[in-house]
Ligand binder design. Structure first.
Ligand SMILES: [Zn+2]
Length: 300
């Protein structure tokens, strides 16, 4: 058995996998994504990953035909690790997955396979590819903890009441923003009357008419398309993360501290937070609050 294992370790260097179901491929050890195994390419991430023996299938989620990667770490990613995490996900999402097919072993010395990967990369760049909208979360200039929150929300993993109930935690039935419907992620962040009012406010500011999708994931997927001109795009791309974050903070303040913020103040907080995130990254030397307000079609 040991000899077989040793032989496989050598053989492994010459083969790579084309991913189908992913149930026969080791996520970290096999070559299936990029030029080496993920363990070789991202040793630092490998040390903090929760499941070192995961199969590709364990980390791959297909949600309404959308492919997303759900890799869990033993702790939060720090700001200084962000570049590494970005290229990690870049690599994952640039690898094609043949949904509904079985895994295929490819003899590597023939380079032909790589051209295939490149051509799939082009598909990725298209806005409506079957992929998780990770760039809309990680490539915008939101604070790391916010990107993590939105990422978790899109994966359906934040601790709303319905998720707590699944873990058998006893909770109240209602949403603490509207005191009506049960709290699910999509209700709380998109469809609750409080959240909806904030979404319409931001859409009016940008002069955009838009139909609210059913789910957070769909929202992030469809938000990507550029709008407006120049600097307004930066604000537009950050807006959904900022809004989701403000709703989540307000929900926690109401739930855990019994503090309620009025709609007028919530709108102001949303705009202020957006400015606060954008200003340090802005290319011009002085980017004042007034410059910022001028980005909008309608004055906040
Ligand atoms: Zn509600």
């Amino acid at each position: 058995m040991e000899t077989y294992k040793e032989g496989w370790e050598k053989f492994r260097n010459f083969v790579r996998f084309d991913v189908g179901s992913g149930s026969n491929i080791s996520f970290w050890q096999d070559r299936w994504c990029g030029d080496g195994s993920l363990k070789q390419c991202f040793p630092a991430l490998f040390t903090i990953v929760r499941n070192k023996d995961a199969l590709v299938a364990d980390n791959l989620v297909v949600h309404n035909g959308v492919i997303l990667w759900n890799v869990l770490f033993t702790r939060q990613i720090q700001d200084w690790e962000m570049d590494m995490v970005l290229s990690f996900f870049d690599q994952l999402y640039s690898t094609s997955i043949r949904q509904g097919e079985s895994d295929r072993l490819v003899w590597n010395p023939s380079k032909k396979g790589f051209f295939e990967v490149r051509s799939f990369y082009d598909e990725l760049i298209k806005e409506d590819g079957p992929y998780f909208p990770w760039k809309n979360i990680w490539r915008v200039k939101a604070p790391t903890r916010v990107a993590f929150f939105v990422w978790s929300a899109a994966l359906g993993k934040i601790l709303t009441h319905d998720n707590l109930r699944k873990r058998n935690v006893i909770v109240m039935e209602w949403c603490c923003l509207c005191q009506k419907s049960g709290e699910s992620i999509d209700h709380l962040l998109l469809h609750c009357e409080v959240s909806r009012a904030l979404w319409s406010y931001i859409l009016i500011l940008f002069g955009v008419e838009w139909v609210m999708p059913r789910m957070v994931l769909e929202l992030l997927k469809s938000w990507g398309a550029a709008m407006g001109s120049g600097q307004a795009i930066v604000a537009w791309r950050l807006a959904p993360l900022c809004l989701l974050w403000c709703i989540w903070r307000e929900r926690n303040a109401r739930l855990f501290e019994d503090i309620e913020t009025s709609m007028v103040e919530l709108r102001k907080r949303l705009i202020d937070t957006l400015y606060f995130w954008i200003a340090p990254h802005h290319s011009s030397i002085v980017f004042t609050y007034v410059d910022f307000l001028n980005l909008f079609s309608v004055r906040p």
